[in-house]
Write a protein that binds this ligand. Structure first.
Ligand code: ACO
Length: 332
């Protein structure tokens, strides 16, 4: 089987740290409430860099870590649900910022599951042999979507970017499970600011509803309880299914890197998966939920600290708006 080899990883951490104490200055909440319900103490926010600039910083760090130049990259995939532009896509903007030329550039959006989907796309392109060295960047500036009057959601999210450089891993295992439940989209969404500059016509209710979207719905809308319930089951089931597909057991896995949404979601899912706490990476306490950036930022921190060793079997698992979910197992 041909899997992937992660040659290098890099992250970008925004400059501003919004603590739980700071949030109490403008919403009715407390450090105790947020810490005990979510595990988050601080979320990083980017007041000075656009999303594509954060993405480019993470990409440069990943290239450096991989010992590759921008010219050696022959495909760029960006996952984001918070782009700065409708078009061009973020991957084209990253390509320009890092000085890569000519390679295809695509964006994908499966919200917080984005990195797992992007890795899967890269793995398939690498397996065909059409491309040799792929840059994946997951970058999010959710502070631009969050309603800071909504104490039920604004406490969770932060900004950040993570990137990896991948090539084919000859004879390395790679298994994945991906899925989506579009009928649950209303549990977590953010509508586009959709204002056509032509007169409104009668006839299509859906279309007119989009035009009349209340301003509030152009910020992130979340049914926290519904997402919570979905997330615990979706993560545990995805890991179970990907283990079955691989023929491995949870004891064969050296490290689980889950989406960093909420420590209670991670703990409840892990209990169902019967995975030991020490095999699970978390960093949400200091980053908050940075959507699709969580996992590659985690991988870059794990690489930098020397915790990742060649030959380790890694399991990534996540969920997000859609609602989407995914898990993969690969050898580092
Ligand atoms: N501070 C104090 N009180 C609060 C706060 C707050 N920040 N937020 C809500 N409350 C109150 C509510 O008003 C409610 O009060 P009431 O009982 O008087 O009405 C009470 O606390 C309980 O509110 P719930 O919403 O039921 O709280 P819950 O225990 O469900 O926790 C939370 C909320 C933390 C958001 C949880 O539901 C959660 O983590 N859900 C998952 C969300 C998630 O992971 N989203 C990211 C998805 S990934 C992506 O794609 C972006």
């Amino acid at each position: 089987m041909n899997g992937i080899t992660i040659l290098g990883a890099g992250g970008y951490n925004p400059s501003f740290a919004m603590t739980n104490e700071m949030l109490t200055e403008f919403i009715d909440t407390s450090d105790e409430w947020i810490s005990s319900r979510t595990g988050i103490k601080t979320r990083l926010m980017s007041p000075d860099k656009a999303n594509y600039q954060m993405a480019a910083e993470a990409a440069k760090a990943a290239l450096k870590s991989a010992g590759k130049t921008a010219e050696e990259i022959d495909f760029i995939i960006v996952s984001t649900c918070s782009p700065d532009f409708y078009y061009p896509n973020m991957a084209c903007l990253v390509q320009k910022q890092i000085g890569a030329t000519g390679c295809p550039c695509i964006d994908i959006n499966t919200a917080c599951t984005g990195f797992i989907n992007a890795l899967d796309i890269a793995r398939n392109y690498l397996a065909t042999g059409d491309y040799k060295t792929i840059l994946i960047v997951s970058s999010e500036r959710l502070s631009s979507h969050v309603d800071y009057n909504d104490r039920g959601s604004c406490i969770l999210f932060g900004d950040g970017a993570g990137a990896v450089v991948v090539e084919k891993g000859e004879d390395k295992p790679y298994y994945s499970i991906l899925g989506a439940e579009g009928d649950m989209f209303e549990a977590l969404y953010c509508k586009a600011n959709y204002k056509p500059n032509f007169p409104k016509f009668d006839g299509n209710e859906v279309f007119n509803e989009l035009i009349d979207t209340p301003e509030k719905e152009c910020y992130l809308q979340m049914d926290g309880k519904a997402v919570y319930k979905f997330a615990v089951d979706a993560m545990a089931n995805a890991v179970d299914k990907v283990l079955q597909k691989s023929g491995l057991t949870i004891d064969d896995i050296d490290l689980v890197v889950p989406h960093q949404a909420n420590i209670r979601i991670i703990q409840s899912a892990l209990k169902k998966m019967k995975v030991a706490d020490e095999k699970v990476f978390t960093n949400l306490e200091n980053h908050g939920n940075t959507s699709s950036a969580c996992i590659p930022v985690g991988l870059s921190e794990l690489m930098e600290s020397g915790r990742l060793k060649r030959g380790m079997k890694i399991c990534l698992v996540g969920f997000g708006a859609g609602l989407t979910y995914g898990a993969c197992i690969f050898e580092y």
